[in-house]
Design a protein around this ligand. Structure first.
Ligand code: SAM
Ligand code: SF4
Length: 439
C-alpha cells in the first residue's frame, strides 16, 4: 500500500525543475502512487519551486496561499514544498504557511518516499534540506512527460558564482554524474523509442571535473552520439568561458549533435561582465561566436541577457544592444536584474531603478523581435530536417522542430510522428516557420 495514493505536482521555473518533477513522479509512481491532473483529487500536492528571480518566488507564495483553501476543505491533504525556495527558506516557510507538511531541497529528491513516510508517522512538518552527497550517483526512476524527447541530467550544482545568481547557494557545488550511468540512461531511452535527448547541467562545458576519469563534455557527446536509436542530441547550458575548441569540433563532426547552442552572454559591457564575475569579455564572446559559425555554418544561437545589473549605465546597456545586433541571435531570454539573497550583487551600490530596467528590457525585446523575424525569413526556401512531434495545438497541421530548434508547422499524416521529415520552408513568423514536406 503506497504511503500516498495520489499526488499532483505544480512546477515553477526551468527545465531542470521540470526534470526534477519527472523524477519525483517516477519515484512516487514506483511506490504505487498515481499522478493526478486535478489538485482537488490529490492526497498530496507538491510545489516544485524556483527562486532565480523574485517574481518566481512571488508566484510560488501566491499559489501556496491559494492552496490554504483546499487544505481547509480537506485537512488530510498533504502539501509539500520542494526545489530552490524550499532550500532557500527551509523552516521559514512554515511561519508564512503553517499548513505546509513537507519541505525538501533539490538534492533531496531521491529521499521523497522516506520524507512522505516520516511525515505520515510523525504527523508534524518534516524538513529535509540537508542535501545528499551521493545524489549524482543515484539512478532515480523517472516518469517522463514526453515520449520522443527526454531530458538527461549530466551534472548538478554550479561552481561559477556569477555575482547575481543564487543557484550555487541552493543547488550546491558542481557534481558530474558518471559517464557510464548517463550513457546507460540514454540507451534505455532509445530502447523505449525516444529520438532526442537534451543533456542538462548549469554549465555542461565543465562536465567531468572531479570525476577522476578522462571523460570531458566533448567525449561524453561522442559516447552519446554512438547510442543507436537516438537521432538528435542537444545540451544546455554552455558557459562561454568554458566553450572549448573540442566542443566546437564535436558540434561540427558528430552527426546527431544538433547545430544549435544556447550561450548566455548576460551583457555586452566588459565592465558589467567583470562585475558579474562572468570571466570573459564581449570581444572573447564574439570570437567564440565567430569560431562556432565558421565550424558549423548556419548554427542557431540563443542567449540570456540581464538588463539593469547594479551600476549598468546607458552606455553599458548600449553595448548589450550592440552585442545583440552584432551576433543576430535566433532568440533570446531577457531578464530584469533581480536582487537575490546571499549573492554578491545584492550588496552592490547603484541599483538601477525599476522603471529604467523596464524600459531597457522593452528596448532589447523590441530589437530582438526584428532580428528573430529576419533570421527566420532567411530560412525561407531552405529544406530543414524536422523531428515530427504530432498535431499542432490547433490540430490542423503537424508540428515539429528543426535541428536549430525552431518550431515548424506543415501538412502531413499523423503517422509521421517520431520520424524525421524534410520540410521546405515557405513562410516565417517571429517564433515559428511553416512549410511543406518534400522528397
Ligand atoms: N547556468 C546557466 C548560465 O550560466 O547561463 C543558466 C542559469 S539561470 C537558471 C538562467 C538565467 O537566469 C541566467 O542565464 C541569467 O540570465 C538569469 N538570471 C540568473 N540570476 C538572475 C537574477 N538575479 N536576475 C535576473 N536574471 C537572472
Ligand atoms: Fe548561475 Fe552563473 Fe552558475 Fe549559471 S553559471 S547557474 S548563471 S552561477
Amino acid at each position: 500500500m503506497p504511503a500516498m495514493k495520489s499526488f499532483h505536482i505544480i512546477t515553477f521555473g526551468c527545465q531542470m525543475n521540470e526534470h526534477d518533477s519527472e523524477r519525483m513522479t517516477g519515484i512516487l509512481e514506483a511506490q504505487g502512487s498515481t499522478l493526478v491532473s486535478d489538485p482537488g483529487q490529490a492526497e498530496m500536492i507538491i510545489l516544485n519551486t524556483c527562486s532565480i528571480r523574485e517574481k518566481a518566488e512571488q508566484k510560488f507564495f501566491s499559489e501556496l496561499g491559494r492552496l490554504r483553501q483546499l487544505k481547509t476543505e480537506n485537512p488530510n491533504l498533504k502539501i509539500a514544498v520542494a526545489g530552490c525556495i524550499a532550500q532557500q527558506e527551509g523552516r521559514k516557510i512554515l511561519s508564512r504557511a503553517p499548513y505546509v507538511d513537507m519541505i525538501f531541497g533539490p538534492s533531496d529528491i531521491a529521499k521523497i518516499s522516506d520524507i512522505v513516510e516520516a511525515q505520515r508517522v510523525r504527523r508534524n512538518p518534516v524538513i529535509d534540506i540537508e542535501g545528499d552527497a551521493e545524489y549524482h550517483h543515484k539512478l532515480v526512476p523517472t516518469s517522463r512527460t514526453d515520449s520522443l524527447k527526454a531530458w538527461v541530467s549530466i551534472m548538478y550544482g554550479c561552481d561559477n558564482f556569477c555575482t547575481y545568481c543564487i543557484v550555487p547557494y541552493l543547488r550546491g557545488r558542481e557534481r558530474s554524474r558518471p559517464p557510464g550511468d548517463i550513457v546507460k540512461e540514454v540507451h534505455d531511452l532509445a530502447e523505449k523509442g525516444y529520438k532526442e535527448v537534451t543533456l542538462l547541467g548549469q554549465n555542461v562545458n565543465s562536465y567531468g571535473k572531479g570525476l577522476g576519469t578522462a571523460v570531458n563534455f566533448p567525449e561524453l557527446l561522442n559516447r552519446v552520439n554512438d547510442v543507436v536509436g537516438i537521432e538528435r542530441i542537444r545540451f544546455v547550458t554552455s558557459h562561454p568561458k568554458d566553450l572549448s575548441d573540442g566542443l566546437i569540433t564535436a558540434l561540427s563532426d558528430l552527426l546527431k549533435v544538433c547545430e544549435s547552442i544556447h550561450l548566455p552572454a548576460q551583457s555586452g559591457s566588459d565592465r558589467i561582465l567583470a562585475a558579474m564575475n562572468r570571466r570573459y569579455t564581449a570581444a572573447a564572446y564574439l570570437d567564440k561566436v565567430k569560431k562556432l559559425r565558421e565550424a558549423v555554418p548556419g548554427i542557431a544561437l540563443t542567449t540570456d541577457i540581464i538588463v539593469g545589473f547594479p551600476g549598468e549605465t546607458e552606455d553599458d546597456f548600449s553595448m548589450t544592444m550592440k552585442l545583440l545586433r552584432d551576433v543576430s541571435f535566433d532568440s533570446i531570454f531577457a531578464f530584469k536584474y533581480s536582487q537575490r539573497p546571499n549573492t554578491v550583487a545584492l550588496e552592490l551600490a547603484r541599483q538601477v531603478p525599476e522603471d529604467v530596467k523596464e524600459a531597457r528590457l522593452a528596448q532589447a525585446l523590441e530589437l530582438q523581435q526584428d532580428i528573430a523575424l529576419q533570421k527566420n525569413k532567411d530560412l525561407i526556401g531552405t529544406v530543414q530536417e524536422v523531428l515530427v512531434e504530432g498535431p499542432s495545438k490547433k490540430g490542423e497541421t503537424l508540428t515539429g522542430r528543426t535541428r536549430g530548434n525552431k518550431a515548424v508547422n506543415f501538412i502531413g499524416q499523423a503517422s509521421l510522428r517520431g520520424s524525421l521529415a524534410q520540410v521546405r520552408i515557405r513562410s516565417a513568423a517571429q517564433n515559428s516557420l511553416s512549410g511543406e514536406i518534400c522528397g
